[in-house]
Design a protein around this ligand. Structure first.
Ligand SMILES: Nc1ncnc2c1ncn2[C@@H]1O[C@H](COP(=O)(O)OP(=O)(O)OP(=O)(O)O)[C@@H](O)[C@H]1O
Length: 322
């Protein structure tokens, strides 16, 4: 559905995207995850034909090769790709209904027909009773619902979301993610989401691509990344007040199978003669499976044997900074 080959992009001699190769599967929800400035939004805009890229690059969306398109064909292509943004980008002077009708004006159909379709779209995002409201009269979550309805107006096969839930409180963000999940399941639309929020990707994404300083580091499910290369993702312990005592070393451990937890803790207790402390536990339900995460404190003399046990059993861990 979306195939990207040898995609590079620079601004004034600075490389922003460096030889990106990526296939996004039809119907999947794909997350682009990375730190601020990594190049996620630029990559999204390349998929939407909004950015030019180096001549060697190829971006194919639904069998259309974007690098071959004239400006007019690119404009037509963009109409068929829905996009939603952090700041909603609704026209303030127009009502919710008029905002949703806007992209359809190119269809040259009767206003009555367009109103009917726009109303149906507002209904599908739970906003039919706010059709006459202007954006200023709507909450953030409601504005994003209208923006989603507008993005779907021309029946796109791809919906691109740039930090679509970043400006929303957690409960509203979850309701928007639930709506996107529902739309994806019902229509099979491919969704590509730029985000820096782990909770978002865990909740909604089938697979993610991790971008670091313009380079695509890995594409996989969250579960596979967490259980094989957790250092690629924001650390579990990053925001935890881990209170280590003198002589203790902190380890963040990730288990692919929650059923392994009891065995692991029993073995570590035996190895250390009951001298490990479990500082934090969490089980994370990702879209593609559950992952168990622990932070344990190990006494310095036991550290080597604990690490040997984890390595022998292929259990992923990260040593935490003291
Ligand atoms: N029009 C532009 N001109 C020059 N540099 C740009 C331009 N647009 C983006 N950049 C630079 O490209 C880099 C990547 O920007 P981009 O917005 O793609 O990152 P991002 O990963 O989406 O970051 P964030 O999460 O903060 O939005 C940044 O260093 C940014 O300053």
């Amino acid at each position: 559905m979306i195939s990207i080959r040898s995609l590079s992009k620079s601004y004034s001699g600075t490389t922003i995207l460096d030889n990106i190769n990526l296939d996004i599967i039809p119907g999947e929800i794909h997350g682009l995850l990375g730190a601020s400035g990594a190049g996620k939004s630029t990559l999204l805009r390349c998929i939407n034909g909004l950015e030019q890229f180096s001549p060697s690059g190829r971006v194919r969306v639904d069998n259309i090769e974007l690098q071959n398109l004239s400006s007019a064909s690119l404009r037509a292509f963009r109409k068929n790709t829905g996009m939603i943004f952090q700041d909603f980008a609704l026209l303030e002077r127009k009502t919710a209904l008029e905002n949703v009708m806007l992209p359809m004006t190119c269809w040259q159909k009767k206003t009555k027909e367009l109103r009917l379709r726009a109303m149906g779209l507002l209904q599908s995002v739970g906003m039919e009773d706010k059709a006459d409201h202007r954006p200023a009269q709507l909450s953030g979550g409601q504005k994003q619902r209208v923006a989603i309805a507008r993005a779907l107006a021309l029946k796109p096969k791809v919906l691109l979301c740039d930090e679509a839930t970043s400006a929303l409180d957690p409960a509203t963000a979850k309701s928007i993610l639930d709506l996107l999940k529902k739309i994806n399941q019902e229509s099979g639309i491919t969704i590509v989401m730029v985000t820096h929020q782990m909770d978002v990707v865990k909740y909604i994404c089938d697979r993610i691509s991790v971008i670091e300083r313009g380079r695509l580091i890995r594409t996989d499910t969250i579960k596979n990344i967490l259980t094989s290369q957790p250092a690629l993702l924001p650390s579990l312990a990053e925001n935890l007040p881990i209170d280590l005592q003198q002589e203790e070393i902190g380890l963040a451990i990730t288990l692919a199978d929650i059923a392994q937890s009891t065995d692991l803790l029993l073995s570590l207790s035996t190895i250390t003669q009951n001298k490990i402390r479990v500082v934090f536990t969490r089980s994370d339900r990702c879209k593609t499976g559950t992952v168990a995460q622990y932070v344990i404190a190990v006494n310095q003399p036991d550290y080597t044997s604990v690490v040997r046990y984890l390595n022998q059993n292929k259990i992923q861990f990260q040593k935490l900074a003291a």
